[in-house]
Design a protein. Structure first.
Length: 235
């Protein structure tokens, strides 16, 4: 009797273990496909077309004209970096299923953040496919203008994950800083320039963003932003 009992118990344990693993995998799959929705508005309730980036990854999206955004594969301990017009802040998800953010453009650290059940119930409606920027990526002038921004820096910050405006310089997070400067190397029609603030966005044909561009020499280690204007393309 004992000889029969032991194999039966071992078989039952194996079956229960397999069921537990399958259930865990099912929960993980369900979690990874669960949409995470958010909305960013100003103090008057108008949508803020900000870039929303998952900290520590290359995943990002851009809020629409009403401030709505959607992502998937968001974990309870993730943080989102919100960037708009050279200002940014980091918001922990903190197990929330959605985020409603009232943006304070004077000081984003004062943003009001709360969970909104109505937004969470929208499901995948806010989730949209967004282009991702790879380590070497070309961005057309049309895409930059489609952001609705009038300044090239604000448009680039919306389109390029990890790009920030700090201490008067454009910086790419994730790039090495082997020299005393952290700003990227900026080229306009092949010539190095200190700034592109005054460049008319309507004149931009395309922008190439390169992280860790060793081919550009020591100055390229912090990344390169190479702008081609419409007149430069025709030369």
């Amino acid at each position: 009797m004992r000889r029969l009992f032991l194999p039966v118990m071992m078989a039952c344990a194996a079956v229960m273990g397999a069921i537990g693993i399958a259930a865990a995998q099912q929960r993980d799959n369900a979690s990874s496909s669960t949409p995470f929705n958010g909305m960013i508005v100003d103090a008057e309730g108008r949508g803020v077309k900000a870039r929303v980036e998952v900290v520590g990854s290359d995943r990002f999206t851009v809020a629409d004209g009403k401030g709505r955004f959607g992502l998937t594969n968001i974990s309870a301990d993730d943080s989102l970096r919100i960037s708009y017009k050279r200002k940014s802040c980091t918001v922990p998800v903190a197990s929330r299923r959605s985020l409603h953010i009232v943006w304070d453009n004077d000081d984003p650290s004062l943003n009001r953040v709360r969970e909104d059940e109505a937004i969470a119930q929208m499901g995948a409606e806010y989730v949209k496919r967004r282009d991702r920027v790879t380590p070497t990526a070309g961005i057309s002038g049309d895409r930059l203008r489609a952001t609705g921004m009038t300044n090239i820096i604000d448009a680039l910050i919306l389109c390029v994950p990890g790009l920030a405006y700090e201490n008067g310089e454009l910086c790419l997070r994730g790039s090495s800083s082997l020299n005393s400067r952290s700003g990227v190397l900026i080229l306009c029609d092949g010539a190095e320039v200190p700034r592109i603030d005054s460049l008319n966005l309507e004149d931009v044909e395309s922008v190439e963003v390169v992280r860790g561009a060793n081919s550009y020499g020591f100055r390229g280690t912090n990344g390169v932003i190479a702008v081609t204007t419409k007149s430069g393309k025709s030369r």
